[in-house]
Write a protein that binds this ligand. Structure first.
Ligand code: DQA
Length: 147
C-alpha cells in the first residue's frame, strides 16, 4: 500500500492559535484528522509528524527512504533558509511536495524564495488546511503517473 510521510516544521504545532488571520483556526490535530480521512478515501497509509528542529526534520526525511513512497513537507520558515533540508530531500530521492497553508508569494519578500522548490515535485500554497488533502491527491497522482 502506498505510504506517505506528512512532515511539519517549526511553529506548526501552534496552529489554531498562531496568527489565525494568516494560518486559519484549524489545529495541527485537525489537520491530521483531515489527512487521515483523505488517506482512507485514497486507500493509502500516512505517518504524520512535526518538529521544531532542523536536524530532526533532516533525520525524518532520511528515515523516509524505503519507508514511504512520498513526502508532503511543510517546512515552515526552514523552507526559506535550509540548504540542509533541501539536500536531504535531494539525497533521499523520495518524491516530495512542498506545502504551505498561506500563499507565501503574497507575503513578505523573504518568503518568496524557497530552497525546497528546487528539489520538490511541486508546490501547493494558499489553501489553508485544505492544502494537505490536495497535496495527498497530487502525490498519489504523481506516483501513479511514474509507475
Ligand atoms: C508556512 C509559511 C512559512 O513562510 C512560515 O514561516 C510558516 C508557515 C505556511 O504554512 O504558510 O511557518 O510554511
Amino acid at each position: 500500500m502506498t505510504s506517505l510521510l506528512i512532515l511539519n516544521g517549526p511553529n506548526l504545532n501552534l496552529l489554531g492559535t498562531r496568527q489565525p488571520d494568516i494560518y486559519g483556526h484549524a489545529t495541527l490535530s485537525d489537520v491530521e484528522d483531515l489527512c487521515n480521512a483523505k488517506a482512507d478515501a485514497l486507500g493509502v497509509t500516512i505517518s504524520f509528524a512535526q518538529s521544531n528542529h532542523e536536524g530532526a526534520l533532516v533525520d525524518q526525511i532520511h528515515a523516509a527512504r524505503g519507508q514511504h513512497d512520498g513526502i508532503i513537507l511543510n517546512a515552515g520558515a526552514y523552507t526559506h533558509t535550509s540548504i540542509a533540508i533541501m539536500d536531504a530531500v535531494a539525497s533521499t530521492e523520495v518524491p516530495t511536495i512542498e506545502l504551505h497553508l498561506s500563499n507565501i508569494h503574497a507575503r513578505e519578500d523573504f518568503r518568496h524564495h524557497s530552497y525546497l522548490a528546487k528539489v520538490a515535485v511541486g508546490v501547493i500554497c494558499g489553501f489553508g488546511a485544505a492544502g494537505y488533502p490536495l497535496a495527498m491527491d497530487a502525490m498519489v497522482q504523481h506516483l501513479e503517473n511514474r509507475a
